[in-house]
Design a binder for this molecule. Structure first.
Ligand code: B12
Length: 361
């Protein structure tokens, strides 16, 4: 896991060399640097213009630009009649700029959770409308200044700066406060910024892995308290990959002294049952994101309830559970961190002897 010996506050990219301030005597060199920079800028703008003015784009260029490979495009053409081959040069297929733009829209909608059958083959105006609807159906969230400042740092790809800002905020209070007041709004803000096209998907990945690392490192520092002997097993159900909410809850409860074990994402329920029994878990805590199919949520919880011995509690949280009208019997739905702390304190102390668990697995 995080036993890499690296400083978790440091991002996983190479630090950029800090340039010394330019002294007056170096102005000539700097002048040259400016000219060279101008030149390289002009060359890259020119090549972009050349690229845009060419009517057809090759398959390898499409792959570079959209990430969709030759086989993927062929499969879609067979199934959905899109993208049509618009030109063949030297025996190789080529596509128009319009098709490439359409593919970029498709990419954006697939990232937002649409399935290929819902978007491939639709016209550009239909795709634009879907993108617009996507923006309209999600409530607009206003980000506070402090979250916005973190996101600005990410937009500039300054991960060192972002880590430093996070470390500063962490130092201001408890881990629970850090999770509640900094990390939760940050991740929700990232989702919002991506939806508004202000950041790219790679920014989301960078930020997620930075936060994940940070939380693992915090959890590893914590010692379970003997007065709270219960064991909490954290996991995500099959198909669910949004780990951060779960890690945040784990961190907040570990800070309270809980013994926590986290077996991560996409865990088949039969394996989860075995893990719960072998770890002597008192609670199995699951997180369901917005992306988890609402129709599968209650059946999943009911199925797990049937699999687990009755003395093992099931807690479910995350943005996805907000839609549950009637909680399934034997499952506790928890909406926020404060309620999770209350639930922890409500646990009966089953084991007299402290178990040997602790830390994330
Ligand atoms: C980061 C992220 C990802 C990362 C996750 C990385 C990781 N290691 O976790 C990756 C890239 C994997 C990802 C993938 C996808 N994502 Co995503 N993702 C997000 C994002 C930006 C942040 C998620 C997050 O960390 N939220 C913050 C946490 C703190 O919130 P939370 O989970 O609700 O948790 C809090 C409470 O609910 C509670 N809690 C949570 N769990 C539990 C559990 C218990 C027991 C308790 C007591 C409490 C509790 O405590 C937490 C702390 O306050 C969200 C945006 C958002 N608004 O959340 C989109 C978002 C959830 N993703 C979305 C989508 C569409 C996807 C994908 C389908 C995209 C794709 N094309 O593949 C996939 C689905 C993957 C899958 N099958 O699960 C959409 C969902 C929209 C929808 N209505 O369906 C969102 C809302 C983005 C958007 N604006 O459109 N995503």
């Amino acid at each position: 896991m995080t036993g890499t010996g690296q400083d978790p506050s440091q991002p996983f990219v190479h630090r950029r060399e800090q340039k010394p301030l330019v002294a007056t005597t170096e102005i000539a060199d700097n002048d040259f640097a400016l000219n060279a920079h101008d030149l390289s800028l002009r060359v890259s703008v020119q090549s972009a213009l050349n690229r845009l003015s060419r009517p057809f784009v090759s398959v390898s260029e499409i792959e570079r630009e959209t990430g969709f490979g030759k086989d993927q495009l062929r499969k879609w053409r067979q199934r959905f009649g899109f993208p049509p081959v618009e030109s063949v040069a030297d025996g190789k297929a080529a596509y128009s700029r319009k098709t490439v733009d359409q593919l970029l829209l498709i990419k954006r909608l697939l990232e937002a959770g649409f399935r290929p059958g819902q978007v491939v083959g639709k016209t550009a105006p239909e795709l634009e409308k879907l993108k617009l609807d996507l923006g309209l159906t999600v409530p607009v969230i206003c980000l506070d200044e402090s979250t916005q400042a973190l996101i600005e740092q990410l937009k500039r790809n300054d991960l060192t700066g972002l880590s430093a800002m996070l470390a500063q905020r962490r130092a201001r209070g408890t881990l629970l406060e850090f999770v509640r007041d900094t990390l939760t709004p940050l991740m929700v803000g990232i989702g919002e910024a991506w939806r508004r096209d202000e950041i790219d998907i790679h920014h989301e990945h960078l930020c997620s892995s930075l936060v994940e690392r940070l939380l693992h490192a915090e959890i590893l520092k914590l010692e379970p308290k003997q007065r709270l002997p219960s064991v909490l097993l954290f996991a995500l159900a099959p198909g669910e990959h949004h780990l951060l909410g779960l890690l945040m809850i784990e961190a907040a409860l570990a800070e309270q002294g809980a013994k926590t074990i986290n077996i991560g994402s996409d865990i088949p329920l039969s394996n989860l049952k075995l893990a719960a029994i072998s770890c002597q878990a008192d609670v199995v805590a699951l997180s369901f994101s917005f992306a988890y199919p609402a129709r599968d949520l209650v059946p999943t919880l009911l199925h797990l309830r049937r699999l687990l011995p009755p003395q093992i509690q099931i807690w479910a949280g995350g943005a996805g559970v907000a839609g549950i009208r009637r909680p399934p019997r034997g499952v506790r739905i928890i909406s926020d961190i404060g309620e999770a702390v209350t639930a922890l304190n409500d646990l009966p102390s089953q084991h007299a002897v402290p178990a040997q668990h602790g830390g994330s697995a």
